[in-house]
Design a protein around this ligand. Sequence first.
Ligand code: PEP
Length: 252
Amino acid sequence: MRKQIVAGNWKMNNDLKASKKLAIQVAKKVKKSNLKGTKVIIAPTFVNLERVVKATKNAKIKVAAQNMHFEESGAYTGEVSAQMLKSIGVKTVILGHSERREYFSETDEMLAKKVNSALVNKMNVIFCFGEVLEDRKSGNQEKVVESQIKNALFHLKAEAFKNIVLAYEPVWAIGTGETATPEQAQDMHAFIRQTLTNKYGEELAESVSILYGGSCKPGNAKEIFSKKDVDGGLIGGAALNADDFLAIVTAF
Ligand code: PEP
């Protein structure tokens, strides 16, 4: 059975007070809703990670970072390494988000190195990828997604995928209010699983959780999550409100 996962990416939102407040609200609601098997992850900004880890110590939620550098240490002003994240109790990292790719010029090659560093440090990775609108309009979405996955992940041994969750996020749906239809999401997730099957075999492909991200909201989560190859969501805007986030978490 694949894990069902809902992860909230808070992006560059919430100062310390707001981060602790939201984390505690989410933790309380998760406890109350007595979830059966859905894993809940929240990803605050770097500076608030340690305090949020502490505030949610006994809760059934995990705390993830939104990014990290691929080197362990050194002259990389403003950067944070896997080892540093681990030292404050963060064991999961989101890598390859489209905003990192677009605004910070992250390439597949850099992402392959980041994935390696996370895995060497025994961290879990939520690996994001997805096509831009022009790719979809020209019918190239599968080609683009396949190359993003191959370039950043296909150097890995099969065992590595125990620590990797994939997040398909069509860039045209992120923060735009426009969502992929449940059918578009399912078609792409099935394609991603087939791509994994072709390289690593069906057993591995069937074991990897693939999340959908892109304007996922309480109103559309249930239908998207009901699709066979959709194992949960990576949530942006709606993760900033505890009620909306929990409505998505409980949409399975
Ligand atoms: C995201 O940034 O990963 C995301 C899915 O954002 P939103 O839900 O706001 O579209």
